[in-house]
Design a protein around this ligand. Sequence first.
Ligand code: SAM
Length: 238
Amino acid sequence: MVFDLITIFPEYFESPLKVGLLGKAIQKGLLKVRLHNLRDFATDKHRTVDDKPFGGGEGMLLKPEPLYRAIEALKKESPEPWVVYLSPQGRLFNQEVARELLAKKHLILICGRYEGIDERIRQYFVDDEISIGDYVLFGGEAAALVLIETVARLVPGVVGCEDSVKRDSFAEGLLKHPQYTRPRDFMGYTVPEVLLSGDHARIERFRREESLRITFEKRPDLLAKASLTDEDRAFLEK
Ligand code: SAM
């Protein structure tokens, strides 16, 4: 999986790409994250990448020419890269979108700044516009990191224990069941007895029911899309 990032702040990514499982995956070559400074695609001596919007109004916009040059240069690197513009106006990012993006293999991620990018780039040179939520950030860098971390988790081998990804919240349409570790008794609050029973079938059923319970309590909207068994439905109707 290759991520090419177009940004005016490549330094933003320095630490996040070195730490934890993401850092290890990059080191092992399981994924590549390449940083491209948009200013390197400007042609004037001041390396200008922004300009005022036509018609007046607040702020500055990223100009089309450097963005176009950057996209075209990176497109030559693989047969069918997928060009994504991180934008508060895009379709909402979630685990399903992450799986779709994983299948693309080569993503070119455009991080906007200021008031955003010239509309002609968005309209004619971008394949996908993705938002990480209904709020406005200073720039697309934080959004790109969210996207990279989420997709990277799905790349085989990145998370040592594959089951942990398969059982993550959203992976099967539900939230993950609550988990407990030692001590058994913490300030009088105890671990559910069934988890200490060693009875794997009972533990599995308990965890499934806990998943159903917390999804019902916290995100009932997810239940409509989740694939549920008759046993699950009977539990929810109780
Ligand atoms: N003026 C734009 C608007 O109202 O839609 C917002 C521009 S925002 C200050 C600058 C950049 O941050 C955007 O071009 C985009 O790349 C990024 N950005 C802001 N919020 C985002 C979000 N929720 N998801 C993804 N990217 C976001």
